[in-house]
Each structure stands twice: as structure tokens, then as C-alpha cells.
Design a protein around this ligand. Sequence first.
Ligand SMILES: NC(=O)c1ccc[n+]([C@@H]2O[C@H](COP(=O)([O-])OP(=O)(O)OC[C@H]3O[C@@H](n4cnc5c(N)ncnc54)[C@H](OP(=O)(O)O)[C@@H]3O)[C@@H](O)[C@H]2O)c1
Length: 291
Amino acid sequence: MEMKDEDIRSIRDGVHSGILSRTAFSYRSIKSLKFTPQLLAIYQSTLPLHEIFPILPTMAFPSPVKTFRDDTYPSINPTLSQLSTKGKNIVISGGGSGIGPGIARSFAKSGATSISILGRTQKSLLQTKEALSKDYPNTKIYTYVADITEKSTLDTTFQAVKSTVGSVDVLIANAGYMPDLHSIAASNAVNWWAGFEINVRGAFNLISSFVPVASKNASIINISTAVAHMPYAPGVSGYAVSKLARTRVFDYAAHEYPEFFVLSVHPGVIETAMNAKAVAAGMNYPHDTSK
Ligand SMILES: NC(=O)c1ccc[n+]([C@@H]2O[C@H](COP(=O)([O-])OP(=O)(O)OC[C@H]3O[C@@H](n4cnc5c(N)ncnc54)[C@H](OP(=O)(O)O)[C@@H]3O)[C@@H](O)[C@H]2O)c1
């Protein structure tokens, strides 16, 4: 149902007079209304940031799927024989900390032959390697200290992966950065642009270094974010805009390399250092599981 002028007026009046609380704005009460930029603009003009965030997650936004999941469900269980990655070589950027180790663990569960994890911090890479090697001794884990913003480092890294394990079957472009959460004018330009350096330039570097060592019919998975598709979320312009641009880089890869399977996927809301930064700024969406 589209919002009528009187609906908009009554919401605005309600917010101004303080009658409408978070509960009144709950998904149940507004689910028959379309989540429009117009409605959001009203929130924005009437509520302080810390009051907008708790409301946003309860609101519907355009979704490509009918069912929202917050955990691994049976048909994507990595131990299913039809999902086996036995014989496959995997590379995961950001594999030492955050979501990356969980992705690596799922590939190890599905029997991957090798998993090469990339990141800037040797300590976390080695910790992840130790934990996975102990639990999945049949999967070889390799670590590479590499900054994805440095093209020459990535070229060397992917060539080293190829010399060690052979062609790469799956690239998980997972490493990412969320600039500090502020409005545009309140943001530090260098910090804001770091979103583009890591999320966009990093994606370009990963794909272009991966292609020469990729196996035929390889897969490239971009860890995207739902934020890139939301009409607005306060303070995250640097993150949302760079992640959206990054997704287009993978769209282009899909066209340029039709022999590859290329997919961008939102990983859910997972408790990590990045998520803690968002929560500290008041962006507290319900968490999904990470195992
Ligand atoms: N957590 C969430 O709720 C959530 C939701 C939607 C999307 N995502 C996406 O999921 C991905 C992972 O996020 P996360 O929550 O795990 O973030 P995180 O906790 O900040 O971890 C980021 C990972 O990327 C690595 N990394 C960052 N910059 C790098 C660089 N320049 N070169 C190489 N590695 C780099 C980090 O390792 P080093 O610092 O050691 O390099 C770390 O392993 C990101 O693309 C993010 O946008 C996360």
C-alpha cells in the first residue's frame, strides 16, 4: 500500500509530539506500508540518529528473497555430499579475522583440498590456520600476509598460491572496510576514501591478480552488504557507496569472464570488529549466526 498524504502527516505529527515510540513504529504496525524514501526522510527530519537506528531494522526494504534466514539451513549445509569442495583450491581475503575464518571453516567442512587465507596481520592468519588445521587435517591451510590495496603484492601472492597448490578454483573476496560513521561533512576525507581503497581498489586488484591463476570454470564470490541496497542508513555513506561501487566491479567481472561463476552475497549481520564499530555508532541490527 502506498502512503497517503494523511498517513505521512499523521506520522510526522506523531513523531513531533512524541506519541509514536519505537514500538509504535514496529514492523507489525507498518508492514502494510511500503518503506519509502519519503517515510525515511520524515524519520530523519524528526528524530535524532540514535533513535532512527533502532527503528530501521524493523522496517522492510526491497528484498530479492522471500525468506530471511539467520542461520545455516539444511540445503546449504557444507557437509552435504553434493556441496563437497574436495579437490578444490580456495583463496579467501580477510581470512584471519572477522567473517573470513567462518567462511574458511565452512570450506574445510566441505572437504576443500586447500584454503589460502590472506590478510595484513600474520598473527590472526596463523591463529586461524592452527585452529582449522587441528579440526580439519585433510585440508591444507596456507597463509599469506598481503594488503589487497597493493596490486604487486597480490600478483606475487596469487603466483605463490599457484606454485604451491595449482590453479585456484574459488576466490572469496571478503576483506572490507567500514569508514567511521559520520555525516559527509563530519567525515575525515582520508578515512572516508579508505572505503574506496579497500572495498573498490581491493576488489579490482583481487580479480585482476586472480584471473591469470584461475582454473577453468572458477567461482568468484564477493562478500557484499545489504547496506549498499538500502535507500539510506545514517552515517554510512563511505561504506554504502564504496560497497555499491565494489558490487559493480563484480558485475563487470561476470560479463568479462562468462566462464566463471560470479556472485555477490550479503553475509548477514555478524559479530565482528567491523560490526562492533557500527554498533558503537548506534547501528544495531539483529545479529545472525556466524558458525
Ligand atoms: N560483519 C557484518 O555484519 C557484515 C555485514 C555485511 C557485510 N559485511 C562484509 O563482510 C566482509 C568481512 O567483514 P568483517 O565483519 O569480517 O570485517 P572485519 O571484522 O573488519 O574484518 C575485516 C577482514 O579483512 C581484512 N582486511 C581489511 N583490510 C584489508 C586489506 N587492506 N588487505 C587485506 N586484508 C584486509 C582484515 O584483516 P587484517 O586487518 O589483518 O588485514 C580482516 O580479516 C566485509 O567485506 C564487510 O563489508 C560484514
